[in-house]
Design a protein. Sequence first.
Length: 340
Amino acid sequence: MEQRINWSDLSFGYMKTDYNIRCYHRNGSWGELELSSSESINIHISSTCLHYGQEAFEGLKAFRGKDDRIRIFRPIENARRMQSSARGVMMAELPEEKFMEAVEKVVKLNERFIPPYGSGASLYIRPLLLGLGALIGVKPADEFVFLVFVTPVGPYFKTGFKPAPVCIMHGFDRAAPLGTGSIKVGGNYAASLVAGAKAHDAGYVSVLYLDPKEKLYIDECGPANFFGIRDNTYITPSSSSILPSITNDSLIRLAGDMGLKVERRPIPLTELSSFEEAAGCGTAAVISPISRIDDLDENRSYVYSSDGHPGPVCEKLYRKLLSIQTGDAEDPYGWVHILP
Ligand code: PLP
Ligand code: COI
């Protein structure tokens, strides 16, 4: 039966779609893409992904334009980052072409789930790479499965593009200084659950993590990178324990082209009080403006918005990014992959 979806009411949740795609790596090589309409996979109980977290994932989005064409935002960057994650936890690297083919196929096959232009929703694409096989020692698997499914989504933080508070808790890290923070593996997210739940219970949308080595610098904002705006400058952390965000990379470019200066460097905690605007950014989070950062251990607050409105630079960046993603604005960067 045809489902009726209320597109403008979607949250960031899972909805069953028609198809997903799988591809197995066995005996040293990748097989063919396989289409499936099942929401389950059948894997060995001793698979390394289950016991030792040998897995990686990605997140990207497809948008329907006013011209009804489907645009996928910077998929090649996700293909490359998944290869980097694979190297980081010793999994087979999926060739970029195979990643692109799978993503294109799964989006096309689930076209009826791509939200209409103007709904504010998009189709979230979730590629996964899992270590399989009957192993019990801690060592890399010799079989892998790559799979991609999609689901239509609304904003990640239920506040959407409205400033919301985040908190700093000095007693939690999501990743180790030289650990896996710079790749997209499940363990980082498991490690963030306790702090995330505490933050939510206390009324915050996310945790703003400090660098895990010295606790002196800003790292990232839950499942999003952090940036601050001051004196017409876009300032974002460099750190070995944060994920290199494709959204942040795009905003850096847009900010530069809008005439802002850009600084990518360690941001001392003490600098938070000097920002005029602050936000998290990511595929799911897009730009999530921060109203206030509460440092729960030092009993300090940094306020960026108290009238419920995002700052002017966040607003401008948000509009520009979205208009490129949906095709309303030109894409001089070659970011948008139009579905053939
Ligand atoms: N940081 C973390 C920890 C994330 O999970 C994500 C989401 O992918 C990001 C940052 C943002 O990265 P991107 O803009 O590539 O989605
Ligand atoms: C994304 O922004 O795509 C992410 O992967 C964040 C996710 C943990 C919800």
